[in-house]
Design a protein around this ligand. Sequence first.
Ligand code: NAP
Length: 337
Amino acid sequence: MAETRQVWRLAKRPVGDIRDGDLVFRDEPLPELQEGQFLLKVGYLSLDPTNRIWMSDMEQYMPPVELGAPMRGGVVGRVVASRKPGYEPGMLVAGFSEWASHIVTDGTGMGPFPEIPGLSVAQLFGTLAAVGPTAYFGLLDIGQPKPGETLVVSAAAGGVGQIVGQIGKLKGCKVIGIAGGADKCRYITQELGFDHAIDYKSQDVGAELDRIAPEGVDINFEQVGGKIMSAVLDRMKVFGRVPLCGMISGYNATDGEEEPGRWTMLLMRRLTIRGFIVSDFADRFPEAYQALIGWMLEGKVKTRQDVRPGLDKADEHVKLLYSGGNFGKLLVQVADI
Ligand code: NAP
């Protein structure tokens, strides 16, 4: 059994982009297992845009990570020793925990994770925790898609976006994805079946929307904010819906400026805009898991993971999210499990 573990701790709150020294990587002794605890060997760490929010002390939906504390993150791993009934060695367990190689825990925020023949741990973890439920509830509950409607999704080749577009197709929508670069645009149309892609890095988003969706937009699944959001909002139909999922273009901003309000237009078009955090739907996660696993096994929803080796490089890997360097749900492979 391991006697030490490797862990990332938050040393400084980043200003702007995450920089060397904001996080520190350490070898630490493993605490002795107490009654009611188990030891988890981490297999994969999920890196998510919200990590940058947790590193800051801006207003947010859960407490920021405290300075000096282990960096918070989603993990999946295998129990290697246990003094907690129901958590036997060999079991897969996932949940909110720490950027670490091993975790001694009483299981708060964690739970057993399924093993499904035909789906790898990376595929399943990279879909269910928690980009898949985000796409599922954001689109179906808030977006309310109907056959024939036009759905636009930004950050379309990423963890959430790729799933939103495919569920939109299953619901009979015309799906337009906005992504950065030709490879991502080719992927979402040719591999995932989106109707159109707009490469915001080389095309004018507004002009492209006018060309491919002259009818206007019923649902804008918003993940980016800024100019891309403005271009889509300008083209919303009356009674359009906006699941407000993320605003990644502003996560590293230092000017603290918010998007300008456009209240008169929102009123005239009677738009419904609802911000949401996937945990708002936690009591219905089993419904999303069942649907997503079913679609994956039937080949109706494909999910792509971008798996990077090495916990020791996690501080570099996480930066990929804010530059578009990831292609699919970003995971770190910490160990073979
Ligand atoms: P992701 O899409 O896999 O990765 C982030 C992507 O955002 C990048 O690959 C990049 O794609 C795009 N991006 C980054 N900076 C950008 C910018 N300045 N302008 C335009 N695009 C930019 O990450 P994800 O986990 O699926 O998250 C996507 C969004 O959903 C984020 O805003 C995240 O905060 C949000 N989210 C919300 C919830 C919730 O509960 N509300 C849960 C999960 C995620 P390109 O190469 O295409 O630029």
